[in-house]
Structures are given as structure tokens and as C-alpha cells.
Design a protein around this ligand. Structure first.
Ligand code: FE
Length: 352
């Protein structure tokens, strides 16, 4: 994170965002949703989105108010959306694809459904390691995946790296989410990039040997298990903790920023790309550029307690309270490039 990330949000602005957003679980299935009708003076952009509508509605409404362009959102899982766009081919109504996890964006680019965009605005606003080198996708928010603990029970001095949790001293103390979740696949993909396959395989075996409970179905359950004392340490995305702290400021779990003397915290993205067969690629690009701007970045990240990709943008106060950290600067395209290898190693290690 850059040093000037910690400016607090204006309290009134934060209250507005918090009140406006119900924050349902992003992993849950969601029906399609569309904004209320707006004057059709600017035409319509169609967004296929893995992000659920409550995370998008406030920013899309603002865009419609500014431009007159209506936005229709169709929500589904990333795999389903990618298949749908590929099957629709030249007849697709989609103009923009929004997903979580760089692994999903990488897959979409590999399928040839995203357009190469050259945009000085996006290149200035989105750090190079959080966008595709060929301009097919761009990060819109950062999501940190790090260690979680109750500081009063597990001293931060005993924590260091992801790898260190493979040591025998952690036997019966570690909790993980399922290996089926792309967040873990992306984390492991970056570990393979950094440590090599052999060393990563050993780490994963150590993690599995140290599990206090079978892998959890989602990060929120894992955080609750840490709070309840079932697990001493786990690995989750920080925004799930943000949601729990919003519900209950006394929730005892806190992030530990991993490997601050080394590679740093694994950071993934939510992001978007313009559809190759969009009928309105210039308008879709303009929306993407607008989403990368300072004011929208602040709001977009705060809606789900994430981090803006654009350096220097203010954080939600709950997020700011966790302090600054060094993020792993790895090219996040690795999450896609090494995903198959990561899944293989996770299976070999017996991580269910
Ligand atoms: Fe999530």
C-alpha cells in the first residue's frame, strides 16, 4: 500500500455508503438485477457481472445521472458468464465483463472474449501488476488475503509468512477455506511463482497436516471459527472481516500482514474488461476509465471494505484501522497462468 492510503473517509460519506449497502455474500447465487429506468438519452450499456448488484448500484446510478447512459446488469458466476459470452459470439449484448479474481479475468482473456484496450487513463490509474499487459482486463479494487488471528490469543510475534504455517508447531491450530475456491488457487499460484512447485507442494502438505478442522465453505465461517477459538490462525480476504466488524465492532479477529520483510501480502483484484464483440466499445471503455478515477475508486472499494487500485485514494475507516501493509508486487496474471498447476498441487496435498 502506498503511504498516503490512510486518509480517513469523510464520516458522512462513509455513513451514506454503509447505510446504502446490505452487503450480501458475494459468493452466493444472485438473481439478475437492473437499475430503475433512467432517461434513454445516452443509450444502454450491458454489464455481465460476477459482482452482485449491491456492490455496483451506487456507482452505476451515479454514472447514469452524469451521462444519461443506462446500465443493465446481468449477474452470474464467472465461469457461466464467460461461457455465455463465448456462446453468444458476435451476437452478445454484453459490453463489459466484471469479475472477482484475476484468475477469472485471465481465463476470459484466454477465451478471446475481451478486447485489447490502450488507455492512458487506465494505465495511469491501475498499477501495471494489477492489469493485463495487453489491456484486456484491468483491476478495479484490491483484495488482500492474509493471516487472521485474535491478537490476545495468538501473539503477532509468532506469525510471519504463509509458509511458516506448515511447521509442526501449528499442528491442530490452522484453518483454511476449501481448495475449490479460486481465491486459494490464486494464492497458491503466486506461491508457485515465488517458491517453485516443489517447495509449494511441501508447504501445502504441511498446511493440510496442521488443519484444526476440515476446510471451510467460505471465509466468513472461517473468521467466526477463529473468533470462537476453533482455529488459532487462518487465511481469508480482509473484506469479510470488514463486514463482520461493521455488524459487530467487538468482533475479536484482526489481520496479520504477512511477510512484510519479504514478498508481502497476497493481493488479488476485482476487475473488468471490454467485450470483444461489444457494439459500443468506446462507451464501455469510458465507463471503465470512469470506474478507475479517484472519487469512484474510493466509493467502489468502500462498498465492500476493499482497497482501491488507484494509489493515494482514501480507505473506509474500518479498513484504515488495520494499518498499512506491503503488498506482493507479483504480476497478478500469474493467478491465471499457474491456476491449473496450483489446483494439481492442492489435490496432491489432500487439500479438499
Ligand atoms: Fe469474496
Amino acid at each position: 500500500m502506498t503511504p498516503n492510503r490512510l486518509l480517513p473517509l469523510a464520516a458522512a460519506l462513509a455513513a451514506l455508503f454503509l447505510a446504502a449497502c446490505a452487503r450480501p455474500a458475494e459468493d452466493a447465487a444472485a438473481p439478475d438485477a437492473a437499475p430503475a429506468a433512467a432517461p434513454p438519452i445516452g443509450g444502454t450499456l450491458v454489464i455481465y457481472s460476477e459482482r452482485r448488484y449491491p456492490f455496483l448500484e451506487p456507482v452505476f446510478k451515479a454514472y447514469t445521472a452524469q451521462t444519461g447512459i443506462r446500465i443493465e446488469t446481468r449477474v452470474d458466476g464467472a465461469d457461466a458468464l464467460i461461457e455465455r459470452i463465448a456462446a453468444e459470439g458476435a451476437t452478445t449484448p454484453a459490453d463489459l465483463l466484471i469479475t472477482v479474481d484475476a484468475g477469472n479475468l485471465w481465463q476470459a482473456a484466454e477465451r478471446g472474449i475481451l478486447r485489447n484496450i490502450a488507455s492512458p487513463v487506465l494505465e495511469a490509474n491501475v498499477p501495471a501488476n494489477l492489469r493485463d499487459a495487453e489491456g484486456r482486463w484491468f483491476g478495479l479494487s484490491e483484495r488482500a488475503r492474509t493471516l487472521m488471528h485474535v491478537p490476545e490469543r495468538v501473539d503477532a510475534a509468532t506469525l510471519s509468512t504463509y509458509e511458516a504455517l506448515a511447521a509442526p508447531e501449528w499442528k491442530g491450530r490452522l484453518c483454511l477455506r476449501s481448495s475449490a475456491k479460486v481465491y486459494n488457487q490464486s494464492l497458491v499460484a503466486t506461491m508457485i511463482e515465488r517458491l517453485g512447485a516443489e517447495a509449494t507442494r511441501e508447504v501445502l502438505k504441511g498446511w493440510v497436516a496442521n488443519l484444526a478442522a476440515p476446510p471451510f465453505a467460505d471465509d466468513t465461517l472461517l473468521l467466526r471459527a477463529i473468533a470462537a477459538g476453533q482455529c488459532e490462525v487462518g487465511i481469508t480476504n480482509t473484506y469479510y472481516l470488514g463486514r463482520l466488524l461493521q455488524e459487530d465492532p467487538a468482533f475479536p479477529v484482526r489481520p496479520f500482514w504477512v511477510d512484510q520483510g519479504g514478498a508481502g501480502v497476497h493481493v488479488n483484484i476485482s476487475g473488468a474488461g471490454v467485450i470483444a464483440h461489444s457494439d459500443r466499445p468506446a462507451e464501455a471503455q469510458a465507463l471503465l476509465e470512469w470506474l478507475s478515477g479517484e472519487a469512484v475508486q474510493q466509493q467502489f472499494a468502500a462498498l465492500n471494505f476493499e482497497y482501491p487500485v488507484k494509489p493515494g485514494v482514501a480507505l473506509d475507516p474500518i479498513v484504515a484501522a488495520w494499518g498499512e501493509f506491503r503488498a506482493d508486487p507479483v504480476d497478478i496474471a500469474v493467478a491465471g497462468r499457474r491456476q491449473a498447476e496450483a489446483v494439481m498441487l492442492m489435490n496432491e496435498a489432500g487439500w479438499r
